[in-house]
Ligand binder design. Structure first.
Ligand SMILES: CN(C)[C@H]1CCc2nc(NC(=O)c3cccc([C@H]4CCCN4C(=O)Nc4cccc(C#N)c4)c3)sc2C1
Length: 408
């Protein structure tokens, strides 16, 4: 490998040997070896005494949680929370997602975050929430993302009576967001109003990509675990519980059908008290899909819902997104799919300040006795290895500039 080719690799955010990944590696090795039992071995003890100080000074130079002031908890998921934070150096607010490494190691579930990191880091799309930084410490992964002060569409649906006009706008924006994600080669698999966030301008962005999976060359994924939220899950993903299923991006278009129905009717089409009944309704969607007499729903709205909530081979969007864009449901006199970004959204969030969180539900802080549940491993488990390479910064860090010969 030539000299300048190696240097290019060291500064390429997509290279597995970029400088951030190499610094992650030495940090992970020290943290995984700094265990009393292991340090009885001469080689480990010598290594730690040479590198422990180096890694500590490195951590002080790199991005860390202490660089951000925690303002409010604005969301919670299976392995962590999202906090509204303010970056002390730049005074900018961000949404910072923290994932607990212990939980992921314990449940052997420590790979799902790569898709989320890569999509938000490299999408470069106005339809996808942007990742500003990703970093880590021995206990957590951190994703510093743009703050979406309008909250999610669940919050909007509980705050307003959503008209067909509004539904048309938000559906069109989600169609463009999913088209962007699919064009990157990913399927979302958990499209639901919770993952549709409203920006300061009132336009929508897709968020929470933990369930995303990369399509193969034929545009399908083989994966048995049924991922997603019951109400929005497609029949083909449900049917192949456990077995090795093959499905494509049309699973996301099914969820859009559920979303349109929910915005217009006020509840999801296959909802039932018992989860197993919801599944039955989804499997029998041909007969279970019903439209109530109230509220009145236009024929074109019913038509597009039926075309999304149909069997995978005939589902709208299966062949091309244009089949969706050309559906008569979207015909209106204010915008087209080409001018959507310039159209004025139904709701422009009213905000008193850059850290206004009124559009987010109150979340009780979970007082986890952090000290309690963290025990030092007894031997080398390599618990830090799954997270090497996660660190990312979308600006040139001083180190990268140095390597590129631009000076500090
Ligand atoms: C089972 N395995 C395979 C994996 C399947 C996928 C998966 N996803 C997880 N995900 C989480 O553990 C998690 C943690 C915090 C927040 C959130 C979301 C859910 C609530 C809000 N949220 C979110 O991402 N919000 C967000 C995102 C971006 C910007 C803004 C703002 N403003 C807000 C999710 S854990 C896990 C296990």
């Amino acid at each position: 490998m030539e000299q300048d080719e190696l240097r290019d690799q060291l500064v390429d955010p997509k290279s597995p040997i970029n400088i951030e990944s190499l610094l992650d590696t030495i940090t992970a090795l020290v943290n995984d070896c700094k265990i009393p039992v292991l340090m009885r071995m001469k080689s480990v003890d010598n290594f730690i005494s040479r590198y422990e100080r180096v890694v500590e000074s490195l951590a002080a130079l790199r991005m860390k949680a202490a660089d951000f002031r925690q303002l409010k908890v604005i969301g919670r998921g299976a392995f962590g929370e999202v906090h509204l934070v303010r970056h002390t150096r730049t005074n900018t607010v961000y949404a910072m997602k923290m994932l607990n490494k212990d939980d992921m190691i314990k449940r052997a579930d420590s790979a799902f975050f790569w898709e989320e990191r890569d999509i938000m880091a490299h999408a470069n799309s106005e339809w996808i929430v942007r990742l500003q930084y990703a970093f880590q410490d021995p206990r957590h992964l951190y994703m510093v993302m743009e703050y979406m002060p309008g909250g999610d569409l669940v919050n909007l649906m509980t705050s307003y009576e959503v008209s067909e006009k509004w539904t048309r706008f938000y559906t069109a924006e989600i169609v463009e967001a999913l088209a962007a994600l699919h064009s990157m080669g990913y399927i979302h698999r958990d499209v639901k109003p919770d993952n549709m966030l409203i920006s300061i301008s009132g336009h929508i962005k897709l968020a929470d990509f933990g369930t995303c999976v990369k399509m193969n060359a034929n545009g399908v994924v083989r994966c048995s675990t049924a991922v997603g939220t019951p109400d929005y899950i497609s029949p083909e993903v449900l049917r192949n519980q456990g077995q090795d299923a093959e499905f494509g991006k049309e699973v996301d278009w099914w969820s859009v059908g559920v979303f349109i129905y929910e915005m217009l009717v006020g509840e999801t089409p296959f909802y039932a008290e018992a989860l197993v009944s919801t599944y039955t309704n989804i499997m029998n969607h041909k007969t279970s899909l019903k439209f109530p007499d109230e509220p009145l729903i236009s024929t074109q709205a019913k038509d597009i819902i039926k075309k999304f909530l149909s069997a995978a081979p005939d589902r709208l969007g299966r062949n091309s997104v244009d089949d969706i864009r050309n559906h008569k449901f979207f015909v209106n006199d204010e915008w087209t799919f080409a001018t959507l970004r310039e159209a004025s959204p139904p709701v422009i969030p009213s905000l008193k300040s850059d850290d206004d969180t009124t559009h987010f539900e109150e979340i009780e802080t979970r007082d986890r006795d952090n000290a309690g549940d963290f025990q030092l491993p007894k031997t080398f488990n390599g618990n830090q290895l799954p997270f090497i390479g996660f660190t990312y910064s979308n600006e040139y860090s001083p180190v990268k500039n140095l390597l590129k010969g631009h000076g500090a």
